[in-house]
Design a protein around this ligand. Structure first.
Ligand code: ADP
Ligand code: MG
Length: 367
């Protein structure tokens, strides 16, 4: 896996976004008013889920989980994204931002081994935002909803004096016996990770580098290579690994523990180990790292292993499997075995060519 260069960062094979034209007109949100804006948002929504009884338009959405998915439990998660902390509008196209803000939520449902079904969107809007900008933001959200079969069923809108704030709450379902908690891993299980790691972090470094050059009065149009494109896609257009959830279900496999990698592999593995009360050993030479990641890491003078361990925002899944279940998923090339769980007293170790060191969580520093 790590020796082949991907043609696209998009694991679902969806076409790349068409580049958003610079909006020629700028319509102030005040010309529509809050209700006009909500009407405009509601008109663009397409509902596809059988559970949706009522979407936007009343005091609350109405969802029929009981009849449609008898015996399933409802998963709920929320993510808050603040301008200047989680994203920089100087290099984040609004369509990508809308898309990504949905994806990070869907990823949390995938990490529970569930199926995402509905989102509600809270928006705090600065007066710098035009109607056209809100259209772009929602266009990205709609693409994500369409691609993952999720309904946007409500939200809230307010003005913000602190830049753009996006708060998305996601709901999903899973049969109780299929849900993967962080606390379920046992010693002597196989630790696997989906996809590849470290690219999203380097994508952010590239954007930050170009921003600095731009602010210093350099070239306005950076020349990005194919390697750069892969990293930028991983940063600006990540995917939620719901495909893994489907593949595992088809094989009759339930991970004993699972978590999505938003803050970096090290910190996520430590979460699983702490909550499952186990130790672990992962092998540096097994970490799935793509060639563009290796190349650009060396350009930045960072070790690719460090990017894979501590770079954030990959939105891949980290999971543990019993050895019997691991045999069933061996043929899935979307998963890579990177280590083994151990007794808590053995610690959490990174094994490299020169020995073993305790794994430390550097986590993900936003902004
Ligand atoms: P309330 O006064 O009860 O908060 P609103 O006027 O804010 O009602 O919302 C009216 C409808 O529009 C509700 O169904 C709500 O979920 C939906 N809605 C409001 N803001 C948004 C938004 N930013 N995105 C999607 N739906 C929204
Ligand atoms: Mg409201």
């Amino acid at each position: 896996m790590s020796s082949t260069k991907p043609t696209s960062g998009n694991s679902h094979g969806a076409p790349a976004f068409t580049s958003s034209p610079q909006p020629e007109t700028r319509t102030e949100i005040s010309t529509l008013g809050e209700f006009g804006l909500i009407d405009r948002i509601a008109q663009a929504v397409q509902l596809v889920r059988p559970e949706t009884v009522k979407g936007i338009g009343d005091d609350a959405a109405v969802l029929d989980f009981g009849k449609i998915n008898p015996g399933h439990q409802v998963l709920v998660s929320t993510d808050l994204l603040a301008e200047g902390v989680h994203f920089d509008l100087r290099y984040t196209p609004l369509k990508h931002l809308g898309y990504k803000s949905v994806i990070v939520n869907l990823s949390d449902i995938a990490a529970m081994n569930g199926v995402p079904t509905h989102i509600v969107v809270g928006l705090g809007m600065s007066n710098r935002l035009s109607v056209e900008a809100v259209d772009e933001l929602y266009a990205g959200m709609h693409i994500a909803c369409q691609q993952y079969g999720v309904d946007l069923v409500g939200g809230d809108t307010t003005s913000s004096r602190a830049g753009l704030v996006i708060s998305i709450t996601v709901m999903g379902t899973a049969a109780p016996e299929k849900i993967s908690y962080r606390s379920g891993a046992k010693p002597q299980e196989v630790i696997c990770v989906s996809g590849d790691l470290g690219a999203a972090y380097l994508g952010l470094q590239l954007l930050e580098r170009e921003k600095s050059a731009f602010l210093a009065g350099g070239e306005a149009q950076p020349a990005f290579t194919e390697d750069h494109t892969y990293l930028l896609e991983r940063q600006l257009r990540p995917e939620a690994r719901t495909d893994i959830v489907h593949e595992l279900a088809a094989l009759g496999v339930v991970p004993t523990a699972m978590i999505d990698i938003s803050d970096g592999l090290s910190s996520e593995l430590l979460h699983i180990c702490k909550q499952s009360n186990i130790g672990a050993a992962i092998y540096a030479d097994k970490l799935p790292i793509e060639n563009p990641t290796r190349l650009i890491a060396s350009e930045f003078g960072i070790s690719p292993t460090t990017c894979a361990l501590n770079g954030g925002e990959d939105y891949e899944l980290l999971l543990t499997l019993t050895q019997a279940d691991f045999e069933k998923v061996r043929k899935l090339d979307m998963l890579t075995a990177i280590g083994i769980t151990r007794e808590a007293a053995d610690g959490v170790l990174l094994v490299t060519g020169t020995g073993a060191v305790p794994l430390v969580a550097q986590g993900w520093v936003h902004g």
